[in-house]
Design a protein around this ligand. Structure first.
Ligand code: ZN
Length: 292
C-alpha cells in the first residue's frame, strides 16, 4: 500500500457504480421482472450509474445496438458475462465447441464495446481428481484465445469463485491462484475479476492483489455474504445485509491503484429478484453511498 493511498469517497458521488444485470435476474431465464435492455439503460442513467455489465442471454443478436444505446445514455459497458466453462462437467463437450463459443463470447463483447469478458473457468475435469491439471488446461485455453481477444480489444477477466463451486463451476478458487494463472499465461489482455461473494473470507487477499497490480484487475464486484445463506448460487445478499467487511475489501482493491467501476452483482431468486427493479436500483445506490 502506498502512503498516499486514499479510499475513494462515494458518499456524494456514485459515478463509479455499475450494474450487473444479474442483480435484476437477467442471468436466468424466467427470473426477475423481465425489463427490456432499454428500460434497464434508462433506469440506470436516471439514477447516475456509470456503467452496465450484461449477460449474453439478454443481448442475443443486438450487441452493437445495445452498446450504442448505453453510450448514448452517457454510460459505459463495463463487462459481458461470460465465456463458456472451459473445463469440468459443465463445459461444452469438445475442445472445438469450447473454442467456438469462447470466440462467440469475445465477438459479442467487441460488438457491445464491453471493456472485458468475464471468464468462469469451470470445475475440476471429470475423473481427473486434479485441480492442478484442470487449471493447466484452463491456462492453455486462455493463452490460445488471448491474441483473438487482444485483436477485439476485450480484456479477459478470470474470476476466481468461492471454493464451494470448485467441483462444477470453478476450479479457480482464490485470487492468489488467479494471479498465478495470469502470470503463467503472461499476456497483457488477461486479468482477474474480484468479487466480494468469492473473496470476502480470504485474509491473504490484500497481498495477492498487490502482487497483481491495478493493470491486472479488470473488475470489482459487489454484494454481501449472508450469515444464513440458504443457496450458495442464488441467495447473495445486498451490500450491508451480510458479514463481509466491504470497506476493507475495497480498500485492498484500491490500494493497488485500481480506480475502475464497482459492479453490483446479486443473484437472489427468493428476495431481490422478486422486487420491483426500480426499488432494487434505488437500494443499490443508497447502499453504495453508505456501506461500500
Ligand atoms: Zn462476479
Amino acid at each position: 500500500m502506498t502512503d498516499d493511498f486514499v479510499l475513494r469517497d462515494f458518499s456524494r458521488d456514485h459515478h463509479a457504480l455499475a450494474l450487473n444485470t444479474a442483480t435484476l435476474g437477467h442471468n436466468v431465464e424466467g427470473q426477475g421482472a423481465g425489463w427490456s435492455s432499454e428500460q434497464v439503460i434508462d433506469a440506470c442513467a436516471e439514477r447516475g450509474f456509470g456503467a452496465i455489465a450484461w449477460w449474453r442471454r439478454e443481448i442475443g443478436d443486438r450487441a452493437f445496438e445495445i452498446g450504442e444505446r448505453v453510450r448514448a445514455a452517457g454510460l459505459e459497458v463495463c463487462g459481458l458475462c461470460r465465456s463458456p466453462f472451459l473445463v469440468g462437467p459443465l463445459a461444452p463437450p469438445s475442445r472445438q465447441k469450447i473454442l467456438d463459443d469462447f470466440k462467440a463470447s469475445i465477438d459479442m463483447a467487441e460488438a457491445l464495446g464491453a471493456s472485458c469478458l468475464t471468464i468462469v473457468v469451470g470445475g475440476v475435469i471429470e475423473n481427473s481428481h486434479s485441480q492442478r491439471d484442470s487449471l493447466s488446461h484452463v491456462a492453455q485455453l486462455v493463452a490460445d484465445m488471448a491474441p483473438y481477444a487482444q485483436k477485439a480489444g476485450v480484456k479477459l477477466a478470470l474470476e476466481p469463485l468461492n471454493p464451494v463451486y470448485g467441483g462444477n463451476r470453478s476450479c479457480l478458487v482464490t485470487v492468489r491462484d488467479a494471479v498465478d494463472l495470469c502470470n503463467r499465461i503472461d499476456h497483457p489482455i488477461v486479468a482477474i475479476a474480484v468479487d466480494v461473494y468469492h473473496v470476502w473470507w480470504d485474509l491473504q487477499l490484500g497481498a495477492s492483489l498487490l502482487d497483481a497490480g491495478a493493470e491486472r484487475i479488470a473488475g470489482y464486484h459487489l454484494c454481501d455474504w449472508l450469515a444464513d445463506t440458504t443457496d450458495v448460487l442464488l441467495d447473495r445478499g445486498m451490500m450491508g445485509d451480510g458479514v463481509a467487511d466491504l470497506k476493507h475489501l475495497r480498500s485492498q482493491v484500491e490500494a493497488t491503484g485500481y480506480d475502475g467501476y464497482c459492479e453490483v452483482e446479486i443473484f437472489s431468486a427468493n428476495n431481490w429478484w422478486k422486487r420491483d427493479p426500480a426499488e432494487i436500483l434505488d437500494v443499490c445506490v443508497e447502499r453504495f453511498r453508505t456501506v461500500c
